[in-house]
Design a protein around this ligand. Structure first.
Ligand code: 6GU
Length: 244
């Protein structure tokens, strides 16, 4: 998979070269190119923003600079998908992460200030799929931190990136728990600071352990994310779930 990021703060994306993602780059599973948007400016000040039409606070990123940058990074017919992080976007979810993991080329356009001139997005959409996405209901200063989040969630789904592919399968939101939050985990020692590991986990009774884990997932989801329980298809609940 190819990943391009266009930003006015290329150094902000350096963490993508660390740990799991860094190893995926070194092993050739992904190719990551980070571009400085100011390389496409032509004026001495290398200006990327201007005052908004209609007035109001903040600055809007100029269309000409972004237009030339995207023409170079995503030439017509390269089969790329453009992702524009914005708090005004549609929610980024695990299911969108799976969609992105099946793409051959992702391009991220990081806006700062009050955003990018909308015509940049409308123009790009004439030749490639474009998603404006949000990573949650809070406001960041720019799209860079969102790109770190999105790329990490996508790359870990690529074949060969995780040491143990079962880890990706059993995540909350997909796999065995299917839309429930994962319950608590424990390792040795059995007693630590007066707190003990639940007996059932040391019982060796795997049917009982599975049932206990499922109950913990249901309880935690009920308490923390009742919206996820409401969204669960009725047939995903078994008789024991319903009793809980
Ligand atoms: Cl994707 N970008 C920005 N700037 N703020 C956000 C966001 C994205 N998602 C939530 N807040």
């Amino acid at each position: 998979m190819r990943i391009d990021v266009v930003t006015i703060f290329p150094e902000y994306l350096e963490p993508l070269r660390v740990a799991l993602l860094g190893r995926a780059i070194d092993r050739g599973l992904i190719r990551l190119d980070v571009h400085d948007l100011r390389d496409w400016t032509h004026d001495v000040h290398r200006a990327v923003d201007d005052a908004p039409y209609g007035g109001g606070p903040g600055m809007v990123m100029k269309p000409q600079v972004w237009g030339e940058a995207l023409d170079d990074v995503a030439p017509e017919g390269t089969g790329a998908r453009l992702v524009v992080p914005t708090p005004a976007g549609r929610p980024f979810t695990q299911s969108l992460a799976h969609e992105y993991a099946s793409e051959s080329h992702l391009i991220f356009a990081c806006g700062r200030y009050e955003g990018i001139d909308q015509r940049v997005i409308d123009d790009a959409a004439r030749r490639m799929p474009v998603d404006e996405v949000s990573i949650g209901d809070y406001v960041l200063v720019g799209g860079e931190a969102a790109v770190l989040v999105i790329v990490e969630s996508v790359v870990r789904l690529l074949p060969g990136v995780l040491g143990n592919p079962a880890s990706a399968k059993e995540d909350s939101f997909t796999g065995a728990l299917h839309g429930l939050l994962e319950g608590p985990s424990y390792t040795r020692p059995e007693r630590w600071r007066g707190l003990v590991v639940p007996d059932v986990l040391r019982s060796g009774d795997h049917a009982k352990i599975d049932r206990w884990r499922r109950d913990q997932a249901l309880i935690r989801t009920f308490l923390r994310r009742p919206d996820l329980l409401d969204a669960l298809p009725e047939e995903d609940l078994d008789a024991a779930d319903r009793k809980l």
